[in-house]
Design a protein around this ligand. Structure first.
Ligand code: GCU
Length: 681
């Protein structure tokens, strides 16, 4: 139903009666909350509601501790529990936002390192109850990433850049909406996957966000988020001093400009006292920035950092997505993938302590497969977050099912060998590898006011898995999608197995029909980023080139003969990517220009691999509608039909992809398909 879609994985569907009966009842929820806006207060209500719905039991909530309450469920922080005389000897040391959960013995104890952690622990407890799992447990868990944020590309007019699920539920007609009900519902979903920050407006920001009325509106948004342990940040338009403030310049070293930002920041803190900070997209895709005024990127970032500093722990998330989008393709040395390292690496020591560089996972732009962004191996002092994208801009825009946790895992599990030492990306992001005090994750989500949030019920597994990976990047994609399915669609084994199978097959299938061997997603590059258009990749300044001609394709990114991009990685990784023999097949065309007849490690030629992969990928997608049919009557009709419609579309569109791409390369190189399918119509 619509209600099911809105509550996503927090449906709290009733368990079968026999299971309900086997739950050991509790007399009371004691939520040791300091106020009505405390996440612990939220946790108490959430648990009461969840137990009512999942277990059909009524249970009271109180905030006052009565030591003789029989078998209570206690929610608190370690310190608030200790303060009322609770025993905390057995509670392991917790990190910020971490929690301890024990269901052993008579009572249930959920203790957070802070109030937010206690809410996370409550959601965890509800998640296992909702999956019918009453096993006794006692454990502590802590986040891998301290920064676990989301970005929304919402515009003030209510549209959402690269949003595929309706309009903004934050803004409309240049203002913050009066009715922020959906914002609060979203906060609840985010808290349940332990997201602790949200940047509410588009990185292509507008200066009118900072007018008095909108700053007050941002205060209202923050008020809705706070009970869920979520803090808000904003994206800023670099030229606001000129365009909104009427100053002659936005030069970051100009005292009047700095004073203007200091003043704006103070005003903002009046409305949002726990502001997360600022996200900055500057000197990127036509946006102004410090380079516009002859200053360095660090000068720009530090100006914002110093405006935030006096107010607390606010961060500047300075995006590394700086590149020239009028790049000349005729110069074989030009390479957009080099830009981040070229712009940022030499500034490593220049950024203030509260600046974090926000790095897209690959050096181009959320493609179906990319190597890890080399900038992540070129920072030492400057801390970073990785940026993923949950809205599937290049991944079928939620009209195609593509479960992306396996793709993200290829990034997080990659060993960058920084300074010749083990350097898994996930250990860089946790801060362990380079001893960073703050780092982690962010992702572009772009939910909208559609009742499915993302535009497709199945796409929500990506948001769910993203949150889980920020907390524990070693989480298993299969286990995550299974948990998500049980919570979203129910415990039936056919349902869980079918959705797991479709999900796990989906990224390989999409890669099969949309972009093989590291060539990137061969979609329309100029505007929509949707649908097959291999011819649009080249011949423009965007730099997402394939360099396909009659003889071969791929970008030569070697140091020896190409753009030098392979050399931006640490020695051992650079050596691997420098040579065709050691480059994995799935990134061959990212790093090398080869003839269509080049033989892969698999033994196939590049062109035959293209032909075959497109047929295999599309054939897999064509099984999705049939696989889905098994779920009719096992899930509600509303969501069944919604997904069935989209899977059928995906199956058809995969054929369009297959034939468009295969015919394009067949026509380019004239090499026949060994199986006589392509060019033989
Ligand atoms: C992509 C996307 C843009 C977006 C940009 C960014 O290029 O197509 O719409 O603004 O990324 O991340 O800033």
């Amino acid at each position: 139903s619509i209600e099911d879609g809105l509550s996503a994985w927090l449906r709290y569907a009733p368990l079968p009666a026999d299971l309900q009966k086997s739950y050991k009842s509790h007399s009371k929820i004691i939520a040791l909350s300091s106020s009505k806006t405390s996440p612990i207060h939220t946790a108490g209500k959430e648990l009461q509601d969840g137990i009512r719905r999942i277990l059909n039991q009524e249970i009271d909530v109180t905030s006052s501790f009565q030591p003789d309450t029989p078998s209570p469920i206690i929610i608190g922080t370690v310190s608030s529990y200790a303060a009322v005389g609770g025993k905390i000897q057995d509670v392991p040391e917790l990190k910020e936002d971490g929690f301890f959960l024990t269901t052993k013995g008579e009572s249930v104890l959920i203790l957070g390192e802070n109030e937010r952690g206690a809410l996370y622990g409550t959601f965890e407890y509800l998640s296992v109850l909702a999956q019918g799992n009453f096993e006794e447990v006692a454990y502590a868990t802590n986040p891998s990433g301290k920064i676990r944020w989301v970005n929304e590309w919402d515009n003030l007019d209510g549209s959402i850049e690269r949003g595929y699920a309706g309009k903004s539920f934050f803004f409309k007609d240049g203002k913050v909406l009066q009715d922020l009900t959906r914002a609060a519902q979203y906060a609840r979903l985010l808290a349940s996957i332990r997201i602790n920050g949200i940047v509410v407006n588009n990185v292509n920001a507008h200066c009118s966000l900072l007018n008095d009325e909108n700053m007050a509106g941002l205060g209202r948004i923050a008020d809705k988020m706070r009970p869920f342990g979520l803090r808000i940040g904003v994206a800023l338009y670099f030229d606001s001093p000129r365009e909104l403030g009427g100053l002659p310049t936005s030069d970051p070293l100009d005292p009047a400009v700095r004073a203007w930002w200091n003043d704006i920041t103070s005003k903002l803190y009046k409305h949002v006292p726990d502001l997360l900070g600022f996200t900055i997209k500057a000197n990127s895709e036509g946006q102004p920035g410090p380079l516009t005024y002859g200053r360095t990127l660090a000068d720009g970032a530090n100006m914002f950092a110093r405006a935030l500093k006096p107010h607390g722990d606010g961060l500047v998330m300075y995006r590394a997505f700086v590149y020239n989008h009028h790049l000349d393709e005729s110069d074989l040395k030009n390479d957009r993938a080099n830009a981040a390292v070229e712009y940022f690496a030499h500034l490593d020591a220049e950024f203030d302590e509260n600046v974090i560089v926000q790095v897209k996972f690959g050096a181009i732009d959320f493609q179906v497969r990319e190597p890890v962004n080399p900038l992540l191996a070129n920072l030492r002092k400057t801390k970073a977050v990785i940026e993923f994208q949950i809205c599937q801009e290049y991944m079928g825009q939620q009209s195609h099912v593509v479960y992306m946790a396996p793709l993200w895992k290829t990034i997080l599990d990659f060993d960058l060998r920084i300074d010749g030492k083990p350097s898994l990306v996930r250990d860089v992001l946790s801060g362990e590898r380079l001893h960073w005090s703050k780092s982690g994750y962010t992702a572009v989500v772009n939910v909208g006011n559609d009742t499915t949030w993302l535009g497709n019920h199945l796409a929500m597994s990506n948001l769910y898995a993203y949150g889980r990976l920020c907390w524990n990047p070693q989480a298993d994609p299969v286990a995550m999608v299974q948990d998500w399915t049980r919570l979203t669609f129910g415990l039936n084994k056919t349902v869980v197995d079918t959705i797991t199978k479709i999900s796990m097959e989906s990224w390989p299938a999409y890669e099969g029909y949309s972009g093989n061997l590291g060539i990137q997603t061969l979609c329309d590059i100029i505007y929509t980023h949707y649908g097959p258009s291999p011819g649009s990749m080249d011949g423009n300044g965007w730099g997402q080139w394939t360099r396909a001609d009659a003889n071969g394709l791929g970008m030569d990114r070697t140091v020896a003969t190409g753009t030098g991009n392979a050399g931006q990685y640490p020695e051992e990784v650079a050596a691997m990517y420098e040579h065709i023999e050691t480059t994995p097949d799935d990134l061959l065309l990212w790093f090398h220009h080869v003839p269509y007849s080049h033989r892969l490690k698999s033994g196939k030629t590049v062109i035959q691999h293209f032909y075959d992969a497109h047929y295999v990928g599309s054939a897999t997608a064509q099984t999705f509608p049939t696989q889905w049919q098994a779920l009719r009557s096992l899930i509600d009709d509303h969501r069944f039909e919604h997904v069935a419609f989209r899977l059928k579309y995906q199956a058809g569109h995969s054929i369009v992809w297959r034939d468009a791409v295969n015919r394009f390369y067949n026509a380019k190189c004239g090499i026949p398909d060994e199986k006589n399918r392509v060019g033989n119509y």
